[in-house]
Design a binder for this molecule. Structure first.
Ligand code: OGA
Ligand code: NI
Length: 211
């Protein structure tokens, strides 16, 4: 069994080297299954809602930009698999802070489903008015994903050819929220994931909106 610290090291080496990282063993199989079942339960009870674009006053639902449905996880969840997930995100953040001199002190994650025919056009995750998002992290929950299912994520590293990543079960993609443009190609099947951000919340990162 691979030690978690080795997985964190590998992810961090990749981020320092290329600005993004791909890892296939971030969470254990039973945690993945628990989270996936919770996502399906939310979907069946109609708790997944259309995601918006932008922030604060800019927030609006725009299906020509993104078509996913989301449900936010909470920090004080009573669900054991969500607690495990939150704890592991905290451990990974602490490791990043120590080894990269970052100041991550918060995170936010949502369950995500892209229904067939939906996508997310090329964009950057950090808002103009709120610079607290440091790293984006997506964990894919697509059992038996196969070519033709679509929904690949395309990363556009600066001055490098684009990188296409298949959204396979258990795979994790992590990248710098402020600089890496990316998009989700149209999916032909329900495309499941947990999507979120490791954040550094302090007054310098929040720019007051003055009308
Ligand atoms: C996002 C996003 C990528 C993916 O939610 O901002 O770019 O692969 N998601 O789901
Ligand atoms: Ni994004």
């Amino acid at each position: 069994m691979i030690h978690l610290q080795e997985i964190y090291e590998s992810l961090i080496d990749q981020i320092v080297d290329k600005g993004y990282a791909v890892g296939d063993a971030f969470l254990k199989e039973d945690t993945l299954n628990g989270l996936f079942n919770q996502l399906l339960t939310l979907q069946e009870s109609d708790k997944m809602k259309a995601a918006g674009v932008g922030q604060l006053t800019e927030h609006e639902v725009n299906k020509s930009i993104r078509g996913d449905k989301i449900h936010w996880l909470t920090k004080n969840s009573k669900i054991s698999f969500e607690q495990l997930f939150n704890r592991q995100i905290e451990a990974y953040s602490a490791y990043l802070n120590r080894s990269c001199f970052l100041s991550i002190n918060d995170f936010e994650f949502h369950y995500t489903c892209y229904p067939p025919g939906t996508f997310y056009k090329k964009h950057i995750d950090r808002f103009q008015s709120d610079r607290s998002r440091i790293l984006s992290l997506i964990l894919y929950l697509n059992k038996d994903w196969k070519k033709g299912d679509g929904g690949e994520i395309v990363l556009y590293p600066l001055n490098e050819p684009e990188v296409i990543i298949e959204p396979k079960w258990g795979r994790m993609v992590c990248f710098k929220s402020d600089e890496l443009a990316h998009e989700v190609l149209p999916t032909n099947v329900n495309r499941y994931s947990i999507t979120g951000w490791l954040k550094s919340v302090n007054s310098e990162n929040i720019i007051q909106l003055i009308d």
